[in-house]
Design a protein around this ligand. Structure first.
Ligand code: CA
Length: 249
C-alpha cells in the first residue's frame, strides 16, 4: 500500500512543463511482471504516468477507463493476443492512439500484417531503456495534434479539461491530487453510472487489493469538500447505499 501514499503526494503541478509531461498516460501491456514493472518504473522516472495491464482483456478495460496517450504492446499475451488487441483498438474502439509493439525477434514474422493493422513502431526485445523512451517521445510528438481534440467534460457547474488535467467549478480551479483527478475523470465520463468502491479502487489505484481499506471513501469525501468549497451549491457525487458512488441523480 506504500505506493498509494507515494503517488498521493504527487500533486498536480502548476508548472506548465511538468503538467504537459504528466499529461502523458502510457498503457503498458505486458504479461511478464518483471518487464512490466521495469517499463513502468522507467516511464515514471521520466515523468510519464504509466498504467499497467497484464493481459489484452485488462488492457481493453483500461483503454476506456484511463484514456492513455500511447500503448506499449507486447505481442505474446495470454488470452487476447497483442495482434488481436491492436485490431480491437483500431476497429472497435476507433482509436488512433499510437501503439508501439514490444516484441522478441521471433514474433516479428507478422510485421507486415501489424503494419496493416496499424502499429506505429516496433521495439525489439531485449530493449535499451533509452531507445524505448526515444521512440515514445517521437510517437507522442507525431500524434501531438490528435490529442488536441480531447473533449472537455461538463457536469452542471463543473468542467474537466483533459489536456490540462484541470477541473473547475464555477470557474474556480480545484487543487486536486492525482488520484482525486482520476476519480473525477472516471465519474465525469459517465454521469449517472454507479461505480462500486472496489471497481473505483481497481481502476484508479491499479489493481491493488481493496480489502477493508477506506481509501476510496476518504478520497471521495475530500473531493466533495473541494467541489462544495468552490461553490457547487449541491452534492455532485452521490453515495449509492450498499454499492458505491455516482455522479448526479
Ligand atoms: Ca509476453
Amino acid at each position: 500500500m506504500q505506493r498509494v501514499y507515494k503517488y498521493d503526494e504527487n500533486r498536480i503541478s502548476n508548472s506548465t512543463e511538468v503538467r504537459l509531461k504528466m499529461n502523458n498516460v502510457i498503457l503498458v501491456v505486458e504479461d511478464e511482471t518483471g518487464i512490466n514493472k521495469l517499463l513502468a518504473d522507467l516511464l515514471r522516472e521520466e515523468g510519464y504516468r504509466p498504467v499497467q495491464a497484464y493481459s489484452g482483456t485488462e488492457a481493453l478495460l483500461l483503454m476506456e477507463a484511463r484514456h492513455p496517450d500511447l500503448v506499449l504492446l507486447d505481442l505474446m499475451l495470454p488470452g487476447l493476443s497483442g495482434e488481436e488487441l491492436l485490431e480491437k483498438i483500431r476497429t472497435e474502439l476507433h482509436s488512433e492512439i499510437p501503439v508501439l509493439i514490444l516484441s522478441a525477434k521471433g514474433d516479428m514474422k507478422n510485421k507486415v500484417n501489424l503494419l496493416k493493422t496499424g502499429a506505429d513502431d516496433y521495439i525489439m526485445k531485449p530493449f535499451e531503456p533509452e531507445e524505448v523512451l526515444a521512440r515514445i517521445q517521437a510517437a507522442l510528438r507525431r500524434s501531438g495534434k490528435a490529442s488536441e481534440d480531447r473533449q472537455v467534460l461538463t457536469y452542471k457547474e463543473m468542467k474537466l479539461y483533459p489536456e490540462a488535467r484541470k477541473v473547475t467549478v464555477k470557474d474556480t480551479e480545484l487543487v486536486l491530487t492525482a488520484h482525486e483527478y482520476e476519480l473525477l475523470f472516471l465519474l465525469m465520463q459517465k454521469p449517472g453510472k454507479v461505480y462500486s468502491r472496489e471497481s473505483l479502487y481497481e481502476l484508479v489505484w491499479q489493481g491493488g487489493y481493496y480489502g477493508e481499506n477506506n481509501t476510496v471513501n476518504v478520497h471521495v469525501s475530500n473531493l466533495r469538500k473541494k467541489i462544495r468549497d468552490a461553490g457547487s451549491g449541491e452534492e455532485y457525487i452521490r453515495t449509492v447505499y450498499g454499492i458505491g458512488f455516482k455522479l448526479g441523480e
